[in-house]
Design a protein around this ligand. Structure first.
Ligand SMILES: Cc1ncc(COP(=O)(O)O)c(C=O)c1O
Length: 379
């Protein structure tokens, strides 16, 4: 059984064949505009720009905020390298803050203490598609004059207090990587929710030129007017993404149903103290992106991973904390002891999850866990 499998939807092959036949494969065309419109409708506000990946959306966000050498950005250590890389690539410093033990998201109560005169932004990550505590984070950011970059790489179609993730921060990054709920292989999007950044975002996106204005007919020639890079994907990628976005609710419903099947299936094992199931706060509506359980110890987790593999189940860990990684120690700074991060990263075990996972496959995983968790519980 695989750990992950990209979702497939009807019409994808025809959409790709059509764009290839048309010859209009250069990025920024009609399909890219259609994907922007779909994302903007889903978010209810803001401007969307497709990117080559979630990583490049985060990098573009840091470029757009004009982060400079020595500036600081508050990030969780329990996240993907791309969050810290985007900051470090600007010569700025990722400042690692601990996470909450329940949601495994940035601990909003620790943020203010980590703010210095060099802090420019906070980058909350919506881990597993469960929202970070955005109300408290936006409040600190507003009071201290900081931007908020939501890492919504895992958060498409999730909500916080009825607002879609990706619509709340100054900027937000989505990933449409093959492992994500909505996927075009490699892809992403940057949401620009501060209208004052929208015009410059389009310029950075198009190699520092005003080519987008030229294509709209707003100017009669385009030229280099700012720094920038080539962030946009081709129309072939956009064709695939449009199909997925058009059916994103159906894909999300499948993911959520699978997530709940695990959740129900593991309830008794949690009562027995064999594992801890994931926690979704009342005011969060999550998209079923990841199902991760916490084992009683790191040794039990590692033994369970090996045992599940023997049963043909591909489970995995998450994440090696960034503050203890070689690049994190060189390029970042830990704010205090990151006890929860160190603890949960040793104990987390992620179960196979994809849109078309079959109930019988999930029941097999649960049955394996019943044996495995009892065997490793004393480690
Ligand atoms: C939290 C988080 N941030 C950023 C990324 C980077 O996205 P991508 O793989 O599309 O570059 C990922 C993807 O794995 C992620 O999970």
């Amino acid at each position: 059984m695989p750990f992950s499998r990209p979702p497939r939807v009807a019409g994808e092959a025809a959409a790709i064949a059509d764009v290839l036949a048309s010859g209009a494969i250069v990025g920024g065309g009609a399909l890219t505009r259609r994907a922007h419109a779909l994302l903007e409708t889903m978010m209810g506000s803001g401007k969307a720009l497709l990117t080559a990946s979630g990583t490049s959306a985060l990098e573009m966000a840091c470029l757009l905020l004009d982060l400079k050498h020595g500036d600081e950005v508050i990030v969780p250590s329990f996240t993907f390298s791309s969050c810290a890389n985007a900051v470090a690539l600007r010569g700025a410093v990722p400042v690692f803050v601990d996470i909450r033990a329940d949601t495994l998201n940035l601990d909003e109560d620790l943020i203010e203490d980590a703010v210095t005169s060099r802090t420019r932004a906070i980058m909350p990550v919506h881990y597993a598609g469960v929202s970070a505590e955005m109300s408290a984070i936006m409040e600190v950011a507003g009071r201290r004059g900081l931007a908020v970059i939501e890492d919504a790489a895992q958060g498409i179609n999730s909500r916080y207090r009825d607002a879609p993730l990706g619509s709340l921060g100054t900027l937000a990054a989505f990933s449409f990587h093959g492992s994500k709920n909505i996927s075009c292989g490699e892809g992403g999007a940057l949401m620009i929710n501060d209208p004052e950044l929208a015009e410059r975002a389009e310029i950075l996106w198009e190699k520092g030129t005003n080519r987008s204005s030229f294509i709209r007919g707003d100017v009669d020639k385009y030229t280099w007017i700012d720094i920038g890079s080539s962030f946009l994907p081709s129309e072939v990628t956009a064709a695939l993404l449009v199909c997925q976005l058009e059916q994103s609710q159906a894909i999300t419903d499948q993911r959520r149903a699978a997530w709940h099947r695990y959740h129900d299936g593991l309830a008794e094992m949690e009562v027995e103290g064999l594992l801890r199931r994931p926690h979704v706060p009342q005011d969060c509506d999550a998209n079923g992106h990841i199902y991760g359980i916490l084992m009683p110890s790191a040794d039990a987790r590692n033994a369970a991973l090996a045992a599940l593999k023997e049963h043909g189940v591909s489970a995995t860990f998450h994440y090696v904390p960034l503050h203890s990684a070689p690049a994190g120690q060189r390029l970042g700074r830990a704010h205090g002891a990151l006890r929860v991060t160190d603890d949960v990263s040793g104990r987390l075990l992620r179960l196979p999850l994809y849109a078309d996972i079959q109930p019988v496959e999930q029941d097999y995983v649960v049955a394996c866990l019943q044996t495995v968790c009892r065997a490793v519980r004393s480690l």
